[in-house]
Design a protein around this ligand. Structure first.
Ligand SMILES: C[S@@+](CC[C@H](N)C(=O)[O-])C[C@H]1O[C@@H](n2cnc3c(N)ncnc32)[C@H](O)[C@@H]1O
Length: 236
């Protein structure tokens, strides 16, 4: 907050607690998400609350922690939050991903990727998990391993044991075909009617769109209810 102009501080006060938190994580360079995408997350969680959908909140793709901090703050105290990531370099795309995904991964691999707001790119940080835990603490959220947990490892290896039994809302922000489909198939059976899944990369990467199409081909209980600025799947 230090150094913020009076007008900016007043505008922030008017935007409510979540708006202030979104501003803060964006200013700290902890997220790639723009405000409109945060608004989708906020509305999906509010819809789950309005319909009394039981279950916890999950994020696949935490990176530097920005969207996870906002989701954990929106979830608690009614729901628990679980974030999943390798907390290191993002695994490579595969043959079902589009050329732009491979080009992006080459930039990351060659250590040419840039971080946000002057920070180093999150994949180059030595102890990313420790940094994310510290960022949660700065925003008043303790990563206690129960109400809030950050699970390190490949989704396919960690999710079977660590996903909550019921998931009212899931945010998938993991870029490529394979992780998106893996997570959709792990998460979807745990989502009760009225719950939803947001796919951050649907408009950005062809591999994510393809994974959603392949998932929907044998998931008749889900409907794609929005595609911009991010995609939303809702369980009927
Ligand atoms: C775009 S970043 C997430 C951005 C973050 N939600 C934000 O607020 O900016 C994607 C993340 O997904 C993670 N990821 C991708 N594939 C994965 C996999 N198979 N297992 C675990 N983590 C994976 C990467 O390590 C990376 O941290």
């Amino acid at each position: 907050m230090f150094g913020l102009g009076l007008r900016k501080r007043a505008a922030r006060m008017l935007r409510g607690r979540t708006g202030q938190l979104v501003d803060a994580v964006r200013e700290e360079g902890l997220t790639f998400l723009v405000e409109a995408r945060f608004d989708v997350l906020r509305r999906c969680l509010a819809a789950a609350d309005d319909r009394a959908v039981p279950g916890d909140v999950v994020e696949a793709g935490v990176a530097a922690g920005g969207s996870a901090i906002v989701l954990a703050s929106l979830a608690r105290p009614r729901r628990r939050f679980a974030g999943f990531d390798v907390f290191g370099m993002i695994p490579p795309p595969g043959e079902l991903d589009s050329p732009d995904a491979h080009a992006r991964h080459a930039i990351i691999r060659e250590r040419r990727a840039e971080g946000i707001a002057g920070r180093p790119y999150y994949g180059y940080v030595d102890d990313l998990h420790g940094e994310v835990v510290a960022a949660f603490a700065r925003h008043g959220i303790a990563v206690d391993g129960t109400d809030v947990k950050l699970v390190r490892g490949l989704f396919g290896e960690t999710m079977p044991a660590e996903l909550p039994e019921r998931i009212a809302f899931a945010h998938l922000d993991c870029d490529w075909y394979d992780p998106v489909l893996t997570v959709l198939r792990a998460v979807a059976p745990r989502v009760p009617p009225g719950g939803s899944i947001v796919l951050d990369d649907y408009g950005d990467y062809g591999g994510c769109r393809r994974a959603v199409t392949d998932f929907l081909a044998d998931a008749p209980g889900f409907t794609l209810i929005a595609t911009t600025p991010t995609a939303v799947l809702r369980r009927r």
